[in-house]
Unconditional design. Structure first.
Length: 293
């Protein structure tokens, strides 16, 4: 089976990716609960940028070719946007925990579908708009506004979801002129620059065991991104994209077993609606490639 068509391997790699990213989320929650978010994200990006530059240097043309872009402002904005989104999401972990944060964040695929029209010029049919509406109802069930128990901290993962959706759309947009290697390079380098500019002023001493956990956090980030790259190399994105929702499953499991979180009924119901709607929009987007939506 040729590269780009090995769906079985792609699914296996995506499952591994989501599991590793869920572990990364758990490590981020632990470290950011003990130290400030800015420093945790900064050190994480130091390792990520080193990984990106190492990968880029080994590819044809080296670092200079990877850095070459016709859209420097847009690529730079993407890198800053992702670094900001990660900082916001990790902050959400510290206030809401993994279960609720990831449940809300999983709505980013619906935001991508809703914004793909105005940003990418794609056609979104009534079926997908209906699914998007159902998905956002799921988010409202999780948030429970107007019921006297709404937490203002719930806005944090909502903001992160919007940021990541915009980042995803811009990644698809810049891909029209730039290679994946170029986008990957700018993501790591710009994120490293902006997080260092902020995190350098918030550096704290960590215990030896937490430095070990920080190293594990950095390794999960690099490994997860490498698996994700390999996944998209061997399989079509539309075939493996639905399995990204497993990060919610793995992350919630870690939240319950490691951090003692409780899955509330409204969160479970809302998450099912969000995931179901997201899977439907992904399916319709794939179908739209061969038929009129």
């Amino acid at each position: 089976m040729s590269a780009g068509n090995n769906t079985k391997l792609g699914v296996f790699l995506m499952v591994g990716t989501t599991m590793i990213f869920a572990i990364q989320d758990g490590l981020s929650l632990h470290l950011s609960s003990a130290y400030n978010v800015y420093m945790v994200v900064m050190v994480r990006y130091w390792f990520f940028a080193a990984f990106v530059m190492t990968v880029s240097a080994k590819q044809a043309g080296g670092l200079r070719n990877a850095a070459r872009t016709k859209q420097p402002l847009l690529q730079g904005f993407r890198g800053v946007l992702l670094a900001t989104e990660i900082s916001v999401m990790v902050t959400g972990f510290t206030f809401l925990g993994l279960v609720e944060s990831l449940a809300i964040f999983s709505a980013y695929t619906l935001i991508v579908a809703a914004l793909s029209g105005p940003i990418l010029g794609e056609t979104v049919g009534w079926r997908r708009w209906l699914a998007i509406g159902v998905g956002f109802c799921g988010v409202l069930i999780i948030l429970k506004p107007g019921m006297g128990v709404f937490s203002p901290y719930a806005i944090i993962p909502v903001m992160a979801a919007f940021m990541f959706a915009l980042y995803s759309l811009l990644t698809r947009y810049v891909a029209r002129l730039d290679s994946t290697a170029t986008s990957f390079f700018w993501t790591g380098v710009m994120g490293c620059i902006v997080t260092t500019m902020v995190g350098a002023f918030h550096f704290e001493n960590m215990t030896a065991i937490d430095w070990v956990l920080m190293l594990c956090l950095c390794c999960t980030g690099a490994t997860g991104h490498w698996l994700l790259i390999r996944c998209y190399e061997v399989a079509e994105a539309s075939a493996v994209q639905p399995f990204t929702y497993l990060q919610l499953v793995f992350g919630s499991t870690i939240g319950v077993l490691v951090f003692g979180e409780v899955i509330k009924p409204n969160v479970a119901i809302g998450a099912v609606l969000v995931v179901s709607a997201g899977l439907f929009t992904l399916w319709r987007a794939r179908m739209a490639l061969t038929e009129t939506d």
